[in-house]
Design a protein around this ligand. Structure first.
Ligand SMILES: Cc1cc2nc3c(=O)[nH]c(=O)nc-3n(C[C@H](O)[C@H](O)[C@H](O)COP(=O)(O)OP(=O)(O)OC[C@H]3O[C@@H](n4cnc5c(N)ncnc54)[C@H](O)[C@@H]3O)c2cc1C
Length: 437
């Protein structure tokens, strides 16, 4: 079949791979000048199934309300929420109901496990180098934090995931450079969790796919989709990406007639760009941009001293800030901002990232060479991404992966391709239905 994938973030690129693997003729449309330039650009790099969980959880409303106005808050409201955000927040609150949360968490965990295995297999098959590492440690600063994670650990214990609640001394053996002076009472170690540079993976996979005949239409913005009986028509125009920066959004569109092409099947992997594209076909997808920040710094080396940075991945549970080793660099990522603008860098969340790095690895990196980034998590209110058929024939969706798109991408791609082929997928697709709204 001739299939089109719209969007070349990590989800679009991996979807193109799964479709090509099934023997389809694949064309990818991407409005930016390169793949993985939006949400997939500089994320924390966690591929940790044990940490993949819906934000809509029973204790989240209380946590969010208590933090909204705190300086180091993990979740912030930027400005006055508009009607779309208010409606999204209402749906999110409903999905925090314990039985819905447990169902969604289970579905996401299974998808993440499937995805991690596929990510590793793909990397091995195509010899992808993406600054990969292994192991994630969740840092718990006091006994209250241990109590807070216990319910989640109980759910994890019902899966076949390998994880251990360990004391502070064991944490320091796992990560020897952890600052001694910072209070630490315990940690949750996920030894099998993966780590990796998402953008690098996407770039390398794109090269593999191009060599295999997948066509990438870069700087092509899809402006309209028309539904036909046997196909979907894609209208696209040239997008002027005047700088290859993940912070510059909304490319200027040249005044030109759109190019129009029909495909047997079209898959929308456009993340925060998906709702606008789908609305012309009256397909509703309540994705909200939840902004986060990261800072990437080169690890500092002293001749006479050992490496002062992290070995693998860490999550500071109090601040919900990740610290990840990516090759010779360290990346600190976190914060969740509802509302606001993609190119508006706020000082407080960036200060929190530096504070957490200072708490745990004060001598690890040089601030002078910092690369600071803000990206939009494409978040659905209940948690699981939307994967599967839309209400329009031949139009499919693989979007809305929220805070876990890298960890879920390869599995979501396989699930999408299996559903398009009419095959029984490796896991139950019901929780991911794009028609659940
Ligand atoms: C601070 C931060 C830390 C994170 N850490 C992690 C982590 O550790 N692990 C993890 O798993 N996830 C993490 N995430 C989430 C993860 O980065 C995202 O879920 C993932 O990148 C989403 O991928 P995507 O391909 O769906 O979206 P994107 O990468 O945004 O790709 C969508 C693409 O569609 C294109 N597009 C949109 N509309 C159109 C159109 N009309 N025409 C053509 N192209 C279009 C866009 O240009 C874009 O390239 C983090 C996110 C943030 C912000």
């Amino acid at each position: 079949m001739r299939v089109a994938v719209i969007g070349a973030g990590i989800v679009g690129v991996t979807t193109a791979q799964a479709l090509r693997e099934d023997g389809h003729e694949v064309a990818v449309f991407e409005r930016r000048g390169s793949v993985a330039t939006e949400a997939s650009f500089a994320n924390a790099g966690f591929l940790a199934p044990g940490y993949v969980t819906p934000w809509a959880s029973p204790d989240m409303p209380r946590k969010v309300m208590s933090q909204f106005f705190a300086r180091d808050a993990a979740v912030r409201l930027a400005g006055v929420p508009g009607p779309a955000l208010l409606s999204w927040l209402r749906q999110w609150k409903r999905a925090c109901e314990p039985s819905l949360y447990a169902k969604n968490r289970d579905a996401m965990l299974r998808l993440a496990q499937h995805s991690l295995a596929r990510t590793k297999a793909l990397a091995q098959k195509h010899q992808l180098e993406y600054e990969q590492g292994q192991g994630a440690l969740v840092l718990l600063r006091d006994s209250e934090e241990i109590a807070q994670v216990r319910a989640g650990l109980k759910l994890l214990a019902e899966s076949d995931l390998d994880f251990h609640l360990v004391d502070a001394a064991a944490c320091r053996r796992i990560e020897p450079a952890l600052e001694q002076a910072t209070q630490l009472v315990a940690g949750v170690h996920h030894p099998q969790a993966g780590i990796g540079n998402c953008r690098q993976f996407a770039l390398q996979l794109k090269a593999v796919l191009q060599a295999d005949g997948v066509v990438f239409h870069m700087q092509r913005e899809v402006t309209r989709l028309d539904a036909g009986e046997r196909s979907v028509t894609v209208h696209s125009v040239t997008a002027d990406v005047h700088a290859d920066s993940a912070l510059e959004r909304g490319p200027r569109v040249f005044d030109e007639p759109p190019s129009v092409e029909s495909f047997d099947e079209v898959i929308v992997c456009a993340a925060v760009g998906a709702p606008a594209l789908l609305s012309s076909l009256r397909v509703r997808l309540p994705i909200q941009a939840v902004y986060g920040y990261s800072i990437t710094l080169p690890v500092r080396h002293f001749e006479a001293y050992p490496d002062m940075g992290p070995r693998a991945a860490l999550m500071d549970e109090r601040f919900k800030v990740a610290i990840t080793r990516l090759g010779d660099r360290v990346r600190i990522a976190g914060s969740a901002e509802l509302g606001g603008k993609p190119d508006e860098m706020r000082e407080a969340p960036i200060a929190t990232l530096y504070r957490v790095l200072q708490d745990w690895f004060p001598a690890a990196a040089r601030q002078a060479h910092a690369q600071t980034w803000k990206g939009a998590r494409p978040m659905l209110p209940d948690g699981p991404p939307a994967i599967g058929a839309s209400s329009v024939p031949h139009l499919w969706i693989n979007s809305g992966h929220g805070s876990s798109g890298w960890a879920l991408a390869c599995g979501s791609a396989r699930l999408t391709a299996d559903l398009i082929a009419g095959r029984s997928p490796a896991l139950d697709a019901a929780a991911f239905s794009p028609q659940r709204w």
